[in-house]
Design a protein around this ligand. Structure first.
Ligand code: 13P
Length: 341
């Protein structure tokens, strides 16, 4: 394990004013989003779409790293060079989703544990050869009266730590992603409690299994009210509670925190991130984005599978990346949305 290289990569992934583009949707997830817009779910369309996301002018000014899916890391751009070479040319670090998805946790209805540890060592060494310098593993927690259970918390924290240790052995920076789902009618307080206990156990397990915390990136969900909550916490409260939670769980050695967007609207995701970075608190880690939907959905709609829309869609993608780059510096304001990229 080359700790210096891991540290350097982790720091570069959360470099000031930049964030991470999560474009690692599995085939079923990508199909769901394409089908909603009537886009054919073919390998060619996924290639065209992801090519569009990475060819907007100046995208590299806001995106430090991109998470790819297995198909994409082996695929060529429309120009004929590989996706990883294109990313290298732009100075964007390529990474890879390595988990095999959240599967039902036996004995705990409604809860999941993320699978994918079997054979992971070999897959990581292949991905390193293909150019990946970081990886992603997502654990999923659901808030209800009875969940997350201690069993789900433990199973997921353990798997995340096993994954992270294997990544570092392969000189790949692990993105550690415990996602407490926004779905449900829970209060922000319930979200705080679930998020804090999940994160505490994750760091406990990471330590226990010898993971070097200066060579990881944490990808958490924000502390928010549930999507169907009767009363919704405002932007300032989300920012305050999220930072309060992180300060209580995330050791200062961790170089960066890059949030997922988790079903927030594009504007909410930018506003929340910006508010966290303008609380006026000295934070021990860089706080930025690793958004999937909140970076992509507007661009996907603008593209709509039609080659004639590529240029317009690229502009939309760069605009969202720029908004979130500004948010990572605490400089996003809603009126900036009117500006074209
Ligand atoms: P969202 O930002 O759409 O939640 O996706 C981020 C991600 O990588 C989920 O694993």
């Amino acid at each position: 394990m080359d700790i210096e290289a891991l540290k350097q990569t982790a720091q570069a992934m959360v470099a000031s004013g930049k964030g991470i583009l999560a474009m690692d949707e599995s085939h079923p997830t990508c199909a769901k989003r394409f089908e909603k817009l009537g886009i054919p779910t073919t390998e060619e369309k996924r290639q065209e779409y992801r090519d569009m996301l990475l060819t907007g002018e100046g995208i590299e000014n806001y995106i430090a790293a991109a998470i790819l899916f297995d198909e994409t890391i082996r695929q060529k751009m429309l120009s004929g060079i590989s996706f990883t070479e294109h990313l290298h040319n732009l100075g964007i670090i390529p990474g890879i989703k390595v988990d095999a998805g959240a599967k039902p946790l036996a004995g705990f209805p409604g809860e999941t544990v993320t699978e994918g540890l079997d054979g992971l060592r070999d897959r990581l060494s292949e991905y390193y050869e293909l150019g990946a310098r970081f990886a992603k593993w997502r654990a999923v927690y659901t808030i209800s009266d009875k969940t997350p259970s201690d069993a789900a918390n433990m199973a997921n924290a353990h798997a995340l730590a096993r994954y992270a240790a294997l990544c570092q052995e392969a000189n790949i920076v692990p993105i550690v992603e415990p996602e407490v789902l926004i779905n449900g009618d829970h209060t922000i307080e319930q979200s705080f409690i679930a998020t804090q206990s999940a994160q505490k156990l994750v760091f406990n397990q990471l330590r226990e299994q010898g993971v070097a915390l200066e060579g990881i990136v944490l990808k958490p969900s924000m502390v928010t009210s549930g999507l169907d909550a009767a009363e919704k916490a405002g932007v300032e409260e989300v920012a305050k509670r999220t930072i309060e939670c992180l300060l209580s769980t995330v050791p200062a050695e961790v170089p960066g925190i890059a949030f997922l967007s988790g079903g927030q609207t594009d504007e909410e995701a930018s506003a929340h991130l910006s508010a966290m970075n303008s609380l006026g608190k000295e934070l021990p880690w860089n706080v930025t984005f690793s958004y999937g939907r909140a970076l992509q959905q507007a661009a996907m709609s603008a593209w709509n599978g039609n080659p004639d829309n590529v240029e317009a869609a690229r502009k939309v993608a760069v605009h969202r990346a720029r908004m979130n780059g500004l948010a990572s510096l605490g400089q996003y304001t809603p009126d900036l949305e009117q500006q074209a990229a």
